[in-house]
Design a protein around this ligand. Sequence first.
Ligand code: FE2
Length: 164
Amino acid sequence: MTTTQIRPTTELTALIDGVRTAIAAHADWSGTAQLVAQQLRRHLPSPDVVDTDESGGYQILHVEPDGSFSIIGLVWRPGQITRIHDHLTWCVFGVLQGVEREELFDADLNLIGVSDNLAGDVSGFAPPGDIHRVHNTAGTTAISIHIYGTDVTRVGSSVRRYYD
Ligand SMILES: [Fe+2]
């Protein structure tokens, strides 16, 4: 995957303000993920904020100047699947188009849950217990938006580790 430049868009303004409000509550990671998920449900943007013409699937849409969060757009081609991984911080995601199947694993990499997330579905989670894999099981391109509680341009990635 390639990373593209930040694409300024006014469509994200209300969402960015909402995430700032959620973080200002100073809840723990799990609580913050739920508060940010509420904001994303309220301000879910259209798929147009993510550029599907880009060859790479990973687009940085916003990095908060104080480094407290980043908003990423992801394009998933039919059949595309991630490696099994977990994250450095809380994460909230919403599906804007298509279907994303999420498979959740325990620490021994046993599959413990599967959910098919459809357009409009939003969920939030926080480590530990966030070992997962995401798979576009449909025959059409899926688009999602992800919010991570860190500056992904500084730490390089939101992934803590891969499990292969
Ligand atoms: Fe992930």
